[in-house]
Design a protein around this ligand. Structure first.
Ligand SMILES: [Zn+2]
Length: 68
């Protein structure tokens, strides 16, 4: 499990809550160490998607580096 996926990680503690609600309108309090706009649950979804995109980009770059 990565830190952003761990509900008990200090980065996901109430200390990071901004007092506003999550931007994705799930009704949960917004604010984690990874961003002030989303709650923990939505941030995990966002970060998982980013991780997937970076993996795709990495594979693409490796194919280019390997040449024709
Ligand atoms: Zn949310």
């Amino acid at each position: 499990m990565l830190p952003y996926q761990d509900p008990h990680h200090p980065g996901n503690s109430a200390e990071h809550h901004t007092g506003k609600l999550c931007l994705w309108r799930c009704g949960r309090p917004a604010g984690t160490a990874w961003g002030p706009l989303l709650c923990f649950h939505c941030n995990v979804q966002r970060m998982d998607k980013l991780t997937d995109r970076f993996k795709l980009l990495e594979e693409h770059m490796e194919r280019i580096a390997a040449g024709p």
